[in-house]
Design a protein around this ligand. Structure first.
Ligand code: NAD
Length: 422
């Protein structure tokens, strides 16, 4: 029990609630998931054999609106994990003040072991088994780890075909899933939303902290959707991204010159990895930089460190090497509780994941609204709404942190919990 993720998440929330006078009974009432579904998906493999694959959907809380949360395909998915992540989604949506509750789905599979046909069959099979409990006003799934707009399109199409068998199709049916391809009623801004949102949050906080924005040095771990978009918008806002990494390692330019983010991405796409993509001022040149490890990146003497890849990368083993003054958590849970305690005591400002990476779910809310209204949000309009929602969230967290004299992470959780129990 004590090594359960849900147990440790609940424990953390109990401590924060007690410290901040949140009613214990009311907290206990919102901690457990309202419903957890376990499904057994029959999957016909290409060799004709049928395998049973386990899946889950945890619907944590719908007090503030339909359940909302991604579906991940991973061999380590467990009931405990989806329940904890669904609780986290309730908190994230409450903090962003969008009318969604929290949910999370998972299928216990390594998708790399499946052919495209098998992956499609699995996505459709999972949708069939959760069909009755999802829908635009019930529960709205989205992509997560190892799932993407293509998989969501398969799920959406399966959902529509089952709905059609049951009766006339409602106009708002596309609001049953978010993270759809743009050509299938998706939202163009969704692609950049999480990284873009992280930079909005950072810029707002730098202003509140009265810190100079221009010229701050940044290192970004992870150069996927989130890390790339964060780096790109940070660059556009005058910050210097001097080091980025992928799973194979990190690159840094000589003399800490800022990387040219678009060129680095173009170089990575061409060759398949980052090493050698030392691109400065419009030119990539092997003599301009060097490779370092992901651990080296975490310990760089930068102003801002951005873990945007995996969970628990900053932990008891490496926390003493961290030199950054600000850490922006773009990945989910990149700092372990022990490292969090240590770094906070040292005065490092930690921008919590439920605030800094909430741009994705805020964009999902805009996608959901456009499908509910059978309308289309223009790109600029979506960006403006995303920015406005995030700015308000930062303001509330900042005010709470100042009034109660507590760190940003604790303030974010207090705001979210009060909205959930209230
Ligand atoms: P992604 O798969 O597009 O990119 C992940 C990146 O991390 C890749 O560049 C990969 O090479 C790198 N990576 C993998 N292992 C690594 C390692 N050991 N060391 C360093 N880098 C490594 O994923 P993403 O969508 O960018 O998501 C990144 C993180 O952000 C995840 O924790 C995800 O849960 C979180 N997140 C994503 C979104 C979103 O909208 N995509 C929203 C909220 C949170």
């Amino acid at each position: 029990m004590s090594d359960s993720l849900f147990f440790s998440t609940s424990k953390q929330l109990r401590t924060i609630s007690q410290k901040n006078n949140i009613d214990a009974d009311m907290l206990e009432a919102i901690l457990p998931p309202q419903r957890v579904i376990e499904v057994s998906i029959p999957l016909q493999r290409d060799n004709g054999k049928i395998e049973i694959v386990k899946g889950y959907r945890s619907q944590h809380n719908n007090k503030r609106g339909p359940y909302k949360g991604g579906i991940r395909f991973h061999e380590s998915v467990s009931e405990d994990e989806v329940i904890s992540l669904s609780l986290w989604m309730s908190l994230k949506c409450a903090l962003a003040n969008i009318p969604f509750g929290g949910a999370k789905g998972g299928v216990v599979i390594d998708p790399k072991t499946l052919s495209e046909k098998e992956l499609k069959l699995l996505s459709e099979g999972y949708t069939r088994l959760i069909f009755d409990v999802i829908g635009p006003l019930k529960d709205v799934p989205a992509p997560d780890v190892n799932t993407n707009p293509k998989i969501i399109e398969w799920m959406m199409n399966e959902y529509i075909s089952i709905a059609r068998e049951k009766g006339p199709i409602q106009k708002d049916i596309y609001a049953a899933f978010t993270g759809k391809p743009v050509s299938q009623n998706g939202l163009p801004v969704r692609e950049i939303a999480t990284g873009f949102g992280g930079v909005i949050v950072l810029m707002e906080l730098l202003q509140k902290l009265r810190m100079e924005k221009k010229g701050k040095n940044i290192a970004v771990q992870g150069f996927g959707n989130v890390g790339f978009n964060f780096s790109k918008f940070a660059e556009q806002n005058g910050l210097n991204v001097i080091s980025v990494s992928d799973s194979k390692g990190a690159i840094i330019n000589n003399n800490n010159k800022p990387l040219d983010i678009d060129l680095v991405m173009e170089c990575k796409r061409k060759q398949g990895y980052l090493a050698g993509c030392y691109c400065v001022g419009g030119v990539c040149d092997l003599r301009k930089g060097r490779e370092i490890t992901n651990e080296d990146l975490l310990g760089l003497p930068v102003d801002i460190l951005v873990p945007a890849a995996l969970e628990k990368v900053i932990n008891e083993k490496n926390m003493k090497n961290i030199k950054a003054k600000i850490i922006v958590e773009m990945a989910n849970g990149p700092i372990t509780p022990a490292a969090y305690e240590y770094l906070t005591k040292k005065g490092v400002i930690i921008v919590p994941d439920i605030l800094s990476n909430s741009g994705g779910v805020i964009a999902s809310h805009i996608e959901w609204k456009q499908n509910m209204e059978s309308s289309r949000y223009a790109y600029e309009e979506s960006l403006a709404e995303l920015k406005n929602t995030l700015t308000q969230a930062v303001e509330t967290v900042w005010q709470t942190s100042q009034e109660k004299n507590i760190p940003l992470r604790e303030a974010a959780l207090v705001v979210a919990l009060l909205r959930l129990v209230g």
